[in-house]
Design a protein around this ligand. Structure first.
Ligand code: UDX
Length: 434
């Protein structure tokens, strides 16, 4: 079986490499020549654990190829996946679908026989129908079925999420599309993964509903953390006590500086807009978006308060700036709000992140970059942990204390033990813990 993957971004690359690992011939297409050249030479443009190995092995086995020639990729493909970007459209918060529609038309024009066109990009409900109109109009002579197959990949864990998913969702309106998708996901049937076949509209909505629900869940625990601080309770125990109720579940109840990333901020916004337009406003989602935005700014105020009300002339060490650990992705990272606010308030910032390649371009030029955590802490009046990379858990409190000039620590991810940090002599604060 042969398929084409349009888009060598995060989703396209991971999905393409994983389908190849499943035994399918996959050709990944991108318009960016430098990206395709890099991939052909075995260089992966993103940091995702295990992806380089998966790509190189499947390239070596001849199942995974890269091209800028969409026509060549579509030739002989039984299924073509659209994994192009759907960024937030400037001005109105809607998902920008221009790349999806353009790619759908190009695929239709390139098709030489019947195929199934599968949307993997996150697209608002109703997009599949529009894609269908586009391909019908472009190629009335050909049998091109349309399907929706949303991804639920977490950055940093994407390969595991693809290979051992909680479920696979396929939105279809034809037996052939269902048969092709079932064939592609056959290895997952062996591990008894539930495969949910729904209408195309339903599949599109499942993706948004799942991401929005998780964003609500995080925002809920963040607000409980604020309440814990006022009430003298411990959010960690509240989350555990809630999460042990099987109806609630333990995951995604870690209080922090607010969610970021390439999906939650964009998808909540797009869902809220669609819901408004269709006359069924998702007010919980709207409130979540507003609360999360406000929270990131509040985190800077929290640091300033911990520093005695002013950071003017002070040096602040920052550990971790990516939107979460095990990624170099900076999209909508809380640090993008917190660091500029601290710099604007007069602080000098010394930051360290294990994967700083994108961070250096996205954060203010005034940020000094340290080689490691201790180097960042050297001479700092205060230290702020924003992203919970594992290596920070193991840091020696004594060494940090020795390196810093001051003793203020704001742990925005509750990585360290409050008692141990206070015993070490720090003026330590975390999120929602007494
Ligand atoms: C998310 C979804 O999990 C995935 O299914 C979807 O396909 C894409 O979006 P991702 O953006 O990679 O994946 O990261 P995720 O691990 O979900 O975290 C998102 C944000 O929420 C991060 O900023 C993270 O720090 C934050 N978060 C997560 C919390 O603050 N608390 C939690 O308990 C969990």
């Amino acid at each position: 079986m042969k398929i084409a993957m349009i888009g060598a971004g995060y989703v396209g690359l991971v999905s393409g490499a994983c389908f190849a690992e499943f035994g399918t011939d996959v050709c990944v297409v991108d318009t960016e020549i430098s990206k395709i050249e890099a991939l052909r030479e075995g260089r992966i443009p993103i940091y995702e654990p295990g992806l380089d190995k998966l790509v190189s092995e499947n390239v070596a086995d001849g199942r995974l190829t890269f091209t800028t020639d969409l026509k060549e990729a579509v030739r002989g493909a039984e299924a073509v996946f659209l994994a192009v970007g759907t960024p937030t459209r400037r001005g109105d918060g809607h998902a920008d679908l221009s790349y999806v529609f353009a790619a759908a038309e190009q695929v239709a024009m390139a098709a030489e026989g019947p195929l199934v066109l599968v949307t993997k990009s996150t697209v608002p409900v109703g997009t599949g129908r529009k894609v269908k109109e586009i391909v019908r109009k472009a190629r009335p002579d050909l049998q091109i079925e349309v399907a929706s197959n949303p991804e639920f990949l977490r950055e940093g864990n994407a390969i595991g999420d693809f290979m051992r998913p909680d479920r696979v969702v396929v939105g279809v309106d034809s037996d052939r599309a269902l048969a092709v998708l079932k064939k592609l996901y056959r290895p997952l049937y062996l591990i008894e993964t539930p495969v949910l076949a729904t209408a195309i509209e339903t599949a599109e909505l499942i993706k948004y509903a799942a991401n929005a629900f998780l964003a609500v869940k995080i925002t809920f625990i963040n607000q409980m953390a604020d309440l814990c601080e006022k009430a003298g309770a411990n959010v960690h125990d509240v989350a555990r006590g809630m999460g042990l109720d099987g109806r609630i579940g333990r995951k995604f109840l870690h209080a922090g500086p607010g969610y970021g990333g390439s999906c939650f901020p964009k998808d909540t916004l797009a869902l809220a807009r669609t819901a408004q337009e269709l006359g069924a406003p998702a007010t919980i989602v709207e409130q979540t978006i507003a609360a999360n935005e406000a929270r990131k700014a509040q985190m800077a105020e929290r640091v300033i308060a911990a520093c005695g009300g002013s950071v003017t002339g002070k040096t602040i060490a920052v550990l971790g700036v990516t939107f979460k650990p095990e990624t170099d992705d900076m999209r909508d990272a809380p640090s993008l709000v917190i660091l500029p606010a601290l710099a604007a308030a007069g602080a000098t910032i010394r930051a360290y992140d294990p994967q700083p390649s994108h961070a250096k371009q996205s954060l203010p030029a005034s940020v000094h970059w340290a080689e490691n955590a201790l180097d960042a802490a050297r001479g700092a009046d205060a230290l702020v942990l924003i992203t919970e990379w594992n290596e920070f858990r193991a840091l020696s409190a004594e060494k940090i204390k020795g390196a810093m000039a001051g003793k203020v620590i704001c742990d925005l991810r509750n990585v360290w033990d409050p008692e141990a940090m206070r015993d070490a002599g720090f003026d330590y604060s975390s999120i929602g813990r007494p």
